[in-house]
Design a protein around this ligand. Structure first.
Ligand SMILES: Cc1cc2nc3c(=O)[nH]c(=O)nc-3n(C[C@H](O)[C@H](O)[C@H](O)COP(=O)(O)OP(=O)(O)OC[C@H]3O[C@@H](n4cnc5c(N)ncnc54)[C@H](O)[C@@H]3O)c2cc1C
Length: 408
C-alpha cells in the first residue's frame, strides 16, 4: 500500500467501525471535501487526498500572472498546508480506478477506499484542434508566464483571443482577459497599435448567466473597440500563415494568438468507463453521486470533471449546464464531505448541492463586478449583479486570499 504524509496513517484496508475516504485531486473541490469530512468525523476515520502536484493554485490569478502583476508563488500555496490537521496527503498520480475492487492504483502503489471522491479537474488539450498547439494560453501557469514576456515585447498588431471549444472553466475569464489586455496596452501607450479580437464558438458570452449578462459583456467589449465574433467553430489554425480557419469558411489573421485550450475529462476516468454522453462524469446534481457507479453512496465526483445539466433554460432549444468554477467545485466538495460523514456515522445523508455560486469579472480601472448565481432556478438560472466598483474587486482579492490561507 502507498505511503502518505500527514497525521493520518496510510490506508491499509477497512477496519471495523472506521472508514477510509480517498479523494482524487486536491484542487478547490478536493480540498473542500477533505476538510469538511475531517472536521465532521473522528480521527479513526481516515481521509486521504491524492495529488501529484505540491502546490494548490487559484485559477483566477493566472490572468494576473499573464499581465505581470503577480508571480506563481503569490497565486498558489503548499497544498499540504491547506488541509486540516489529520488529512493525509499522498503525493502521487492516480493511474486507474477499480470500482468493483474499491481500489485506486497510483504511482505510489494501490490505495483501498470505502468512499471515493473524484475531483481531478479538467485536462487542457491545445492539441485537440489542428494547429492550435502553437497558440499561447493564460489557462496554464506556464502559458501565463510565457505570455508575460511576449506581451511585454508586443509592439503592435492584431491579437486574436480564441475560444475554440465549450465548456471551459470560468466562463467570464476570456472576456475578463480581453478587457484587462486592453487596459494593459493603453497604460503602456500601445493602445492605438494593438487591435484585440475575440472569437468564440459560443452563441453569446456566459450563456448560463442569461441574456442580460451577455449584453453587458458585449457592451464592455464594444466600448473598448474589441472585436467580438460568436459561433466561430474552428477548423484549423495555420501557424505559418498566422490565420485561424473557421468551419464556416471564413478566416481571421493574427499576429499573436491566445487561446482557451479545449477541455477534456482526464483519461483515467474514461478508462474506468465513468464518462457520460457529455464527455464528463454524469452526477446527480444534488448529491454528486456518480450515475455510472454501481456502489450507491460510495462514489462521488465534483468540480470541473463533472457535467451537471441545469433544469432551466433561457431558450427551449439551448440546454445549459453548471459553469465549471472553483466556487462550484468547493461548494460541491462541502456537500460530499457532509454526505460521506453522515453515511460513515450510520445516518441518512441530507446535505444537497443548491446550485448556487458567484463569479467576478474584472473590468480594469481597479474595478470588478461580482455576480451571484442560482443555477437550479426555474424557468431559467438567475444571475444578479451590481454596477462595477472597487469594493467588488477588493471582495475578489479577499476571496483569493482566503483560498490560499493555511489550515495548519
Ligand atoms: C484563467 C482562469 C480564471 C479563473 N477564475 C475563476 C474565478 O474567478 N472563480 C472561480 O470560481 N473559478 C475560476 N476559475 C476556474 C477554477 O480554477 C476551476 O474551475 C477549479 O480549479 C476547478 O476545481 P476542481 O477541484 O474541479 O479542479 P482543480 O482545481 O483543477 O484541481 C484538480 C486537481 O486534481 C489533480 N489531478 C489531476 N489529475 C490527477 C490524477 N491522475 N491523480 C491525482 N490527482 C490529479 C491536479 O493536480 C489538481 O490539483 C478560473 C480558471 C482559469 C483558468
Amino acid at each position: 500500500m502507498a505511503q502518505t504524509s500527514g497525521a493520518t496513517p496510510a490506508p491499509t484496508g477497512t477496519v471495523h467501525g472506521t472508514t477510509q475516504t480517498v479523494i482524487l485531486g486536491g484542487g478547490f473541490g478536493g480540498l473542500a471535501a477533505a476538510n469538511t469530512l475531517r472536521r465532521a468525523l473522528p480521527r479513526a476515520h481516515a481521509v486521504t487526498v491524492i495529488d501529484p502536484s505540491r502546490r494548490f493554485l487559484v485559477g483566477a490569478g493566472k490572468t494576473w500572472v499573464m499581465l505581470g502583476e503577480r508571480k506563481f508563488e503569490e497565486i498558489s500555496a503548499d497544498r499540504a498546508r491547506l488541509l486540516e490537521p489529520g488529512v493525509a496527503l499522498l503525493s502521487a498520480e492516480a493511474t486507474a480506478i477499480d470500482l468493483a475492487g474499491r481500489t485506486v492504483q497510483t504511482t505510489a502503489g494501490p490505495v483501498r477506499w470505502d468512499y471515493l471522491v473524484i475531483a481531478m479537474g479538467a485536462a487542457l488539450r491545445l492539441d485537440a484542434v489542428p494547429g492550435l498547439d502553437g497558440a499561447h494560453t493564460f489557462y496554464t501557469v506556464e502559458g501565463a508566464e510565457q505570455l508575460r514576456t511576449v506581451l511585454a515585447g508586443f509592439a503592435g498588431g492584431e491579437i486574436a483571443l480564441l475560444i475554440p471549444k465549450a465548456p471551459f472553466k470560468c466562463p467570464p475569464a476570456p472576456y475578463e482577459a480581453a478587457l484587462l489586455l486592453h487596459e494593459y496596452f493603453a497604460k503602456r501607450g500601445r493602445g492605438g497599435a494593438v487591435k484585440l479580437n475575440l472569437y468564440t464558438v459560443e452563441g453569446t458570452p456566459m450563456a448560463t448567466a442569461g441574456p442580460e449578462m451577455g449584453q453587458y459583456i458585449r457592451g464592455e467589449l464594444a466600448s473598448r473597440g474589441i472585436g467580438f465574433f460568436t459561433q466561430k467553430a474552428v477548423a484549423r489554425v495555420d501557424q505559418a500563415g498566422r490565420k485561424i480557419e473557421f468551419a464556416d469558411g471564413s478566416n481571421a489573421a493574427y499576429d499573436l494568438l491566445i487561446a482557451v485550450p479545449p477541455h477534456e475529462a482526464p483519461a483515467i476516468v474514461k478508462a474506468a468507463n465513468l464518462l457520460g454522453p457529455s464527455g464528463w462524469i454524469a452526477v446527480d446534481p444534488r448529491t454528486l453521486e456518480i450515475k455510472a457507479a454501481p456502489a450507491e453512496g460510495r462514489v462521488y465526483a465534483i468540480g470541473d470533471i463533472t457535467s451537471v445539466p441545469l433544469p432551466g433554460r433561457f431558450k427551449p432549444e439551448v440546454p445549459l449546464s453548471l459553469p465549471k468554477a472553483g466556487v462550484m467545485a468547493a461548494a460541491q466538495g462541502e456537500v460530499v464531505g457532509q454526505r460521506i460523514a453522515s453515511l460513515a456515522s450510520g445516518q441518512t445523508p441530507t446535505a444537497a448541492f443548491a446550485g448556487e455560486g458567484f463569479c467576478y469579472l474584472e473590468l480594469g480601472g481597479a474595478c470588478a463586478v461580482k455576480a451571484n448565481g442560482a443555477f437550479f432556478s426555474l424557468p431559467h438560472p438567475v444571475m444578479s449583479k451590481q454596477p462595477p466598483s472597487r469594493e467588488q474587486l477588493a471582495d475578489k482579492l479577499a476571496w483569493v486570499a482566503r483560498s490560499l490561507a493555511p489550515r495548519r
